[in-house]
Design a protein around this ligand. Structure first.
Ligand SMILES: *Cc1c(COP(=O)(O)O)cnc(C)c1O
Length: 382
C-alpha cells in the first residue's frame, strides 16, 4: 500500500469533491416526501441546462451500462434494426448489448482512435431501414469525440432515432441535445458529474417518446421509460431512487452551476490540453489525432520500449496516482488519464511530476521538468 495520498485520476469514476460527499452524508429522506421531490426537480432543472434540452430527465439507479440497455429496450421492437457506430470499446459494448437483446445489429466499424464519419453514417441509413443509430459522444477508450451535430443533422428528418452515450462527456464536453437532434442521451453520475457511480441518467426527445410509447417494444419493466414518465409527471421516480446519491448529484450540479457551465467546459479544454502538452514533452504522444480530441480523457501512446501496465502500476505503487491502462486491443500500448470533474491545474502538474518520475525509473530519457514546463505554457496561454 502506498504512503501517498490516493489520487483518483481515472477517466471515471472520478474524485468526488468534499461538498458532494457531505451532501450524501445527510440523513436519508423519504423518496416521496416534499423535501426530496424539490431536490429531484432541482437536479432535473440543472441537468437540462447541461444537456441543452427541454426534455424530461429520467433518473435510474444503475451505472452507465444500465442506461445504454434501457435506451435500447425502450425503442426496439423485435426484428428492428439498429446501426451501432464502433470506434472503441464502448461502441463495442453498445453493440454487444443490442445483440444480447436479440436486435438486428449492423456495425459501422471505424479504426480505433479515429472519429466517426458522418457521411459514412449517411450512406448506411440511406441503404437500410434503421430504428436507431447509436453513437458514443466521448469514446473513453480512445479519447475521441463524435461530431453529434453532423450526425444529428442526417437523422433529424428521417424516422431513425439517434441514441448517444455521453457517459464520459456530459458536464465536461458541450452537449446540445435539442439543437443537435439527439433523441436519447444516456449518461451517469461518476464521470464529469463528480459523483460516485450509481445514478443513471436518460433524456428522451419527443421523437423518441413516440417510439417508446409503442406496446410492441421489447419486454421491459425496471427500465421502462413509460413508468418513469408517469411517475415523473408526479415529480417522483417509479421505484426507490438512490436517495443519498441524488442529494450528492444535486450538490455537484449546483457546483457546476455556480462555476458556470461555459467556464466548466473551458476548464476541461484547458486542462486536457495542458496535460497532453506535458505528456508529449515526456515522450507520450496523443493516441487520437488532433481535431477530435476529448476534453475529458487524455489517451496516450506508450513509448515503444515500455509497457503501459508498468507505468500504471508504478504510478500507483510509488505515488498513489491512479490512472487507467487499456483492457482491450490497445492493452499495454495506450494509457489514459481522466481530465474531468473537479480537477484543477495543480492536479495536472502533479500528474506530470509523477509521470516524469515513473518514466525515469523505467529508463526513459526525460528532461527534468519538461512535462510541467510544457503544461504551464499551455495554462498561461489560455
Ligand atoms: C464509463 C462509461 C460507460 C459506463 O460504464 P459503467 O461502468 O456501466 O458505468 C459507458 N460509456 C462510456 C463512454 C463510458 O466512459
Amino acid at each position: 500500500m502506498t504512503q501517498n495520498p490516493y489520487r483518483l485520476r481515472l477517466p471515471g469514476p472520478t474524485a468526488v469533491p468534499e461538498r458532494v460527499r457531505q451532501a450524501m452524508a445527510r440523513p436519508v429522506l423519504s423518496h416521496r416526501g416534499a423535501e426530496f421531490v424539490a431536490i429531484l426537480s432541482r437536479a432535473e432543472e440543472l441537468l437540462r441546462q447541461i444537456l441543452g434540452t427541454s426534455n424530461p430527465v429520467i433518473f435510474l439507479a444503475c451505472s452507465g451500462t444500465g442506461v445504454m440497455e434501457a435506451g435500447l429496450v425502450n425503442i426496439l421492437a423485435a426484428g428492428e434494426r439498429v446501426l451501432v457506430c464502433v470506434n472503441g470499446q464502448f461502441g463495442e459494448r453498445f453493440a454487444a448489448i443490442a445483440k444480447a437483446l436479440g436486435a438486428t445489429v449492423d456495425v459501422l466499424d471505424v479504426p480505433w482512435g479515429q472519429p466517426l464519419d458522418p457521411s459514412a453514417i449517411e450512406r448506411r441509413v440511406a441503404a437500410a431501414e434503421y430504428r436507431a443509430v447509436v453513437a458514443i459522444h466521448n469514446e473513453s477508450s480512445t479519447g475521441v469525440v463524435a461530431d453529434l451535430a453532423a450526425i444529428g443533422k442526417i437523422l433529424r428528418h428521417r424516422p431513425t432515432l439517434l441514441i448517444v452515450d455521453s457517459v464520459s462527456g456530459l458536464g465536461g464536453i458541450e452537449m446540445r441535445q435539442d439543437d443537435w437532434g439527439v433523441d436519447i442521451v444516456a449518461s451517469s453520475s461518476q464521470k464529469a458529474l463528480m459523483c460516485p457511480p450509481g445514478i443513471g441518467i436518460a433524456s428522451v426527445s419527443p421523437k423518441a417518446w413516440d417510439i417508446v410509447k409503442r406496446d410492441t417494444a421489447m419486454p421491459r419493466f425496471y427500465w421502462d421509460f413509460r413508468k418513469a414518465m408517469n411517475a415523473g409527471e408526479a415529480l417522483e421516480t417509479p421505484f426507490t431512487p438512490a436517495v443519498s446519491m441524488i442529494l450528492g448529484l444535486r450538490e455537484a450540479l449546483e457546483m457546476i452551476h455556480e462555476e458556470g457551465l461555459e467556464q466548466v467546459l473551458a476548464r476541461h479544454l484547458r486542462l486536457s490540453a495542458a496535460l497532453r502538452a506535458g505528456c508529449a514533452a515526456l515522450g507520450l504522444s496523443s493516441f487520437p489525432q488532433a481535431g477530435t480530441l476529448s476534453n475529458t480523457v487524455v489517451a496516450l501512446n506508450v513509448p515503444e520500449n515500455l509497457n503501459g501496465g508498468d507505468i500504471v502500476r508504478r504510478l500507483y505503487e510509488g505515488y498513489g496516482t491512479v490512472i487507467a491502462g487499456s483492457r482491450n486491443k490497445l492493452a499495454g500500448r495506450v494509457i489514459r488519464i481522466g481530465t474531468m470533474g473537479s480537477i484543477q491545474a495543480g492536479d495536472i502538474v502533479t500528474d506530470l511530476l509523477h509521470m516524469e518520475a515513473v518514466l525515469r525509473e523505467l529508463g526513459s530519457p526525460v528532461k527534468t521538468g519538461a512535462g510541467v514546463a510544457a503544461a504551464v505554457e499551455v495554462l498561461d496561454a489560455r
